[in-house]
Ligand binder design. Sequence first.
Ligand SMILES: [Fe+2]
Length: 736
Amino acid sequence: MLKIVGYTDRPSVRPGEGLAFKVSCEGGAAEYDAEILRLICGDDSPQGPGFKSDPVAASVNGRYPGRKQRINCGSFGYVERGFVTHDHTGGFTLAVVIQPTWLTKKADQALLACRAVDEPGRPGWSLLLDAAARPVFELSNGHHDYAIHLDLAVPEKRWSLIIVAVAGSSVTISHRLLTPLPKEGAVASMTAPFPFAIPRTRGLPVTIAAELASVEGERLFTTRHYDGKIESPLIRPWIDDPESVGTIDSLFAGCYARWDFSQSIGSQDIVDASGHGRHGRLVNLPTRAVTGHNWKGQTLRWSDRPDLYGAIHFHCDDLHDMQWETDFSWTIPADLKSGVYAARVSCADGGEDFLPFFVLPAKKAPKAPVAFLASTFTFMAYANSHHGYEDALSEVCYGALLELGPAEQFLKERRDFGISLYDRHRDGSGGVYSSWHRPILNTRPKRALWNFNADLHVVDWLTETSQHFDIITDDHIHAEGVELLRDYRCIVTGSHPEYHSTEMLDAFDTYLQNGGRLMYLGGNGFYWRVATHSDLPGVIEVRRGEAGTRCFELPPGERFHSFTGEFGGLWRSNGRAPQTLVGVGFVAEGFDENSHFVRTEQSFDPRAAFIFEGVGRDEKIGDFGVLGGAAGYELDAADPELGTPPHALVLARSVEHSNVFLLTPEEMLAGFPGADAIENPKVRAELVYFETGTDGAVFSTGSITWAASLCHNSYDNNVARITGNVLRRFIDPRPL
Ligand SMILES: [Fe+2]
């Protein structure tokens, strides 16, 4: 188990900006040491170059008191002064439309609650589903508790209307199925007296989809989290016949508070449509822009008909910001070189963690000729991913038994560290938001060679070959566009730059049309569309649709981003296939053994002569490397139909992949025998080069494992030679 973990408050900074570090000693250590390191290589595997870093004489290096920091995982709605009845003796009515999605968890799930957390006995009320999925209304006056339950289990994944009418001395609770099956009773209700006066709850907070347990400063701690959709929760004057109410709309008039989730869908606000101004906010990023009870396929885009999107989907494992206390803050010194950095924290019980961050050069500082792109959106998409080791098909896809490292073992236990965009929530629905504001245990050196740690192979090669380079990041390109890119003669990507926003693709397009040069040293790049929100720094949204290699498919009608209204899914499905930008796009993947490339006739074109200087005609390219071969894991190829420019040169193709390498689903309109590499020549990576616009150019390797071959034989090998030849020529300002 991991003994110490932490995170920085944002992924990337410039000199002069501050960065906060948050640490939790999970093993209970009383103190820990922190030191800032510049990271060069994180690959401590037996085949790798070893962990390499440079110490930084930072003012924050030193010993700190340890503590275990609390986490409140699970989303909910919070209305600070939500309960508004003026006359308690007159009673009130609660109503809500629900579609529960995880009833087999057999735990209480609060739908709507109003509780005083600073008084003994927490006086107030809660409407919930109990462990047997029965609607329950609980009332407490701080001394006595009372509960009435309906002797009926609400169904999972179907819509129900629940109404509770509280009079002076009795409660009626009713349940109506909004889409009853033939011969299924639509309505059930029950009335019972209660033995004490309604407690005074005026001015207390109302929570939706959880019950408030305690408040610590700005931090809210909740319990009894609900998994599922909620729509139109409301509080209104008492009605005497809740079982006769057919639709919730008929209760809208005269409400004390009515939260209309079809308003402000793109935000974290919840709007009170009653006119009483009891607006609230969402905590921990429940999923918005999801279909409501009245959606029947009328539109697939929420912004066309927000009234059909009046639901919010809450999950007990939603997580936005762990809100940990800051242990130390550091203002990035003006003279700190741009690079990949980390705070290494360690404690006496053997705990060690690295809190990575990326330092860009100051805006007005002279720039290096090369910028290495740290794929911060991709790192966030994969943050704390469970999929790779919990999916039943993983061992078949890897062609090997699984090995669980310490981070995977920790995350299997600790669901409160949140999920990635590759994971389903505990209720089975797909994750659509991911956040930097938590320890991301797979964005670390010394971990599996995937994304961050694999990308450090490129940083290592640039460093070992004395290349002067800066670091730029996805989040900064997204925010600053081509202004950030145009300072560089050449941009170099990592092994898997998979996730990009519209703003990023626009920036790359403009950069390449205006003489920029791009080295795409990865596979499965520029693949999914990402959305961000200006009010939610460090958060991304991805909506996976009906195409692509994916771990789940979102339901129909829920494939447009809530943050921007844009259609989600593959860039290929949005008219900007990766081939249009970098000449190649995802065609196949396999995770058993990696292979190598062989040159094509086009590699002898005089336009490509500079790329192959020092490389023989018949050399196998990359039949070596930390991951076994330079052609592997995920493979991209050229496709003129999808936008590879006609003048692009396909310089080399990968060969000899196993039957574990298969075509991607988007490459197959129908399943057919012969979709693996043994039988299908389309299962291959292609090395591609082409010129763009006014003297720009692109070089693409089309393989995730290319970067892991750079270090072979002390950086003297044909993968490093080709990459170095291209880099030298791309930073040379002479026309190509
Ligand atoms: Fe990926």
